[in-house]
Design a protein around this ligand. Structure first.
Ligand code: ADP
Ligand code: ZN
Ligand code: ZN
Length: 675
């Protein structure tokens, strides 16, 4: 048996691995620490992988001296995490190491400053917990204490650190529970990671945490430079802070005494990394907690099917908060408007009669409104009335979006051009914009509600630093009556002045080509509904839809998660989709279309029988939903199987098959595993 080792992770050359012989009888696994002869010295090394064979001259290979037992340092934990990720997500170790260990960069002196988010001084009172919150907190406390207890009887050998799912409706006081358990972690001298999906979605949570734990909190966010991020990691490493708040990369915080990981809004899509390694933060966080021996707490108002199913079978432990926390506030009234009927009765506006009526009422009372539209830009596409062609991006397989400045833009690659006078396909002058985006909604509001003060929040208005904070602050200070926006506005924010939430087109997300589109729609609408009536005034939510009877829409309005879960799980079971089975998407891409075509079909047919023998279901090769993206062509293959280990094995098999037809490695392989 041979082992590939990284010798001394303090050095810069992490990607250089050395092969050593494993002595008879020594049991090793990736991530283990060993002692080896290196030059004339004895050094510590870390096992990356094990194999039966080696290409090296067996006579020259040196032998591992011993296995080093005992506690591992944080660097070693992170290394073990990288090794695990490399195996799990099929990415090179080097890439995983770069993801896990922060890249060293320096920051110019004059840019060193405290993040404005951390300058906030908490002013709100600390509420007394209600009985539901108390019950959840005491269970968490007990688990936390048991986990780090020195007492033999309390801590059973080999017991995994506990894991919890705090499932509470929006506004039920989950954040308050986080704050209390964080307090305990800090008081006992350990550190915590608070994962959030995206800063702009959870701005207020960040303020509350940093306000409560002043000077002890560091923060990571996407607008920071690499150097600024590196500084935050250093602050964690040096023990200057106790809490790191941040999106998925915060899971790699180099805390040496990690006591707890909290993952807020566990179901959020932003937790999935879209670039290799394509990891799911939930899985990496679970692994990190295991390596650090600390508990993990997931929180959500609409847990993902995957985690809820796991919770129903006992791990994570389910903690429930069923009521809204603020005394007197209750769940909003919801109404569904059938857009087909509006149309047949002659109303072609984007505002249904009911929504318009309520908007006028709220505006006259001086109350605030949020309008949600899940598409930015002015019109979703422009097409020719003569030949029917939509104007498409020349580099991508999508239609271009018209913006108010009269330019057409590709939302995938950024390509843009001014709107032409005639159709590029047939020359006809009858080009017409279709569909509505947030920008158009804004101008329609201006026209229909002339006195109202408007704010818009989407990726186009929040591009510069601090853009979203400013918009949210202004809306909170009641400098506007209506906030229009994409999904950015429906999540997490707490605006006591909002008494009406309008969802302009609830079905938009139902039609996306993704088996999870119903789950996503349900989550989005439940969250949107959660925005109304957070203060004293009861709220109303109006959902406009072309499919008002769809269960994702009806059940989100009733806030009936359990029934939605049952129906959706039955659908997944029937289709063999996750969480009932595991789904691996392999994407093959290349700029050379015909080579891609040939390699993917040859590989597929050679691989097919082997995969079927292993009991896997195989679909493909298909054109990816975005077949052409930035001038690169993309094919996909789906593999479904219940067993995680078989899926991983088939992934490796398939990669080998592809390389046997593509020896020069011209085809890029990309994996996405959904469990
Ligand atoms: P969630 O995170 O579940 O959406 P939050 O923790 O943000 O809920 O709580 C919603 C609101 O209720 C916040 O304004 C918070 O200060 C308040 N709150 C939380 N717990 C209590 C409590 N026990 N009593 C009164 N108000 C509370
Ligand atoms: Zn035309
Ligand atoms: Zn494009």
């Amino acid at each position: 048996m041979y082992a590939e080792l990284i010798v001394d992770i303090k050095s810069e050359a992490l990607d250089r691995a050395y092969t050593y012989l494993v002595p008879e009888g020594m049991e090793l696994a990736p991530g283990d620490k060993v002692s080896v002869p290196f030059g004339r010295q004895e050094k510590t090394a870390y096992v990356l992988s094990l194999s039966e064979e080696t290409d090296y001259d067996a006579g020259k290979i040196r032998e591992i001296r011993s296995k080093v037992e005992g506690a591992v340092s944080v660097k070693e934990q992170l290394l073990a995490l990288a090794v695990w990720m490399s195996e799990e997500y099929g990415t090179t170790l080097n890439q995983c190491l770069k993801t896990v260990l922060p890249v060293k960069r320096t920051v110019r002196k004059n840019r060193r400053r405290v993040d404005p988010l951390l300058r906030y001084h908490g002013t709100e009172e600390i509420p007394k917990l209600n009985p539901e919150q108390e019950a959840a907190l005491s269970e968490l406390r007990e688990g936390y204490r048991r986990c780090f207890s020195e007492e033999r009887e309390e801590r059973k050998e080999g017991e995994d650190p506990p894991s919890y799912l705090l499932f509470g409706v929006t506004g039920s006081g989950k954040t308050e529970v986080y704050l209390r358990i964080l307090e305990e972690v800090i008081q006992s001298g350990r550190q915590a990671i608070l994962l959030i999906p995206e800063i702009s979605l959870t701005y207020q949570t960040v303020l509350r945490v940093s306000g409560r734990f002043q000077g002890r909190t560091a923060i990571l966010h996407s607008r920071m430079s690499l150097g600024e991020r590196y500084e935050q990691y250093l602050r964690c490493e040096r023990g200057e802070v106790d809490i790191l708040i941040g999106p998925r990369s915060a899971v790699f915080a180099p805390f040496s005494g990690l006591g707890l990981i909290i993952m807020d809004e566990e179901q959020e899509g932003a937790y999935k990394s879209e670039t290799a390694p394509c990891y799911e933060t939930r899985e990496v966080a679970e692994k990190r907690a295991e390596l650090s021996g600390c508990p993990i707490l997931y929180g959500s108002a609409t847990p993902s099917l995957t985690i809820y199913r796991a919770a129903l079978s006992g791990r994570p432990r389910l903690l429930r908060l069923k009521k809204r926390a603020v005394p007197g506030s209750c769940l909003p009234k919801t109404e569904i408007v059938d857009l087909r009927r509006e149309l047949s009765e002659g109303n072609r506006s984007v505002f249904s009669r009911r929504l318009r009526e309520l908007m006028e009422e709220k505006l006259s009372l001086g109350e605030q409104i949020m309008l949600f539209m899940n598409r930015r830009g002015y019109s979703s596409f422009v097409s020719c009335r003569s030949c029917g062609e939509a104007i498409r991006c020349p580099h991508c397989d999508v239609s271009l979006t018209l913006h108010r400045d009269g330019r057409l833009r590709c939302h995938y690659c950024g390509y843009e051009l001014p709107l032409m006078k005639s159709c590029p396909s047939c020359g006809s002058p009858y080009l017409a914009p279709f569909g509505t985006g947030t920008e158009k909604l804004e101008s329609l509001c201006q026209k229909e509600f002339p006195g109202a003060r408007l704010l818009r929040m989407d990726r186009d208005t929040t591009g510069r630093k601090g853009g979203y904070e400013e918009i949210l602050e202004r809306f909170r200070n009641r400098e506007a009556d209506i906030l229009i926006g994409t999904q950015m506005i429906v999540k997490g924010h707490d605006f006591p002045g909002v008494t009406l939430v309008g969802v302009i087109a609830a079905d938009l997300s139902l039609f996306s080509p993704d088996f999870r589109s119903q789950e996503k729609t349900f989550q989005l609408l439940t969250q949107a509904a959660g925005r109304a009536g957070r203060g004293e005034n009861p709220g109303t939510v109006v959902i406009q839809s072309y499919q008002p009877e769809h269960y994702a829409i009806v059940l989100s309005m009733r806030q009936d998660y359990e029934l939605f879960y049952e129906k959706e799980l039955a659908f997944r079971e029937m289709m063999g989709y996750p969480p009932c089975s595991r789904l691996l998407t392999i994407r093959l891409s290349s700029a050379d279309e015909s080579f891609l075509e040939a390699v993917s079909s040859q590989s597929f047919s050679r691989f097919e029988s082997r995969a079927r023998d292993a009991g896997a279901e195989l679909i493909g090769p298909l054109n990816a939903p975005l077949y052409k993206l930035k001038d690169i062509f993309r094919k996909i293959i789906y593999i479904k199987h219940e067993s995680h280990d078989i899926i991983i094995k088939l992934r490796k098999d398939f990669a080998k098959t592809v390389r046997s037809f593509d020896r020069r490695g011209l085809i890029l392989l990309h994996y996405d595993l959904i469990q």
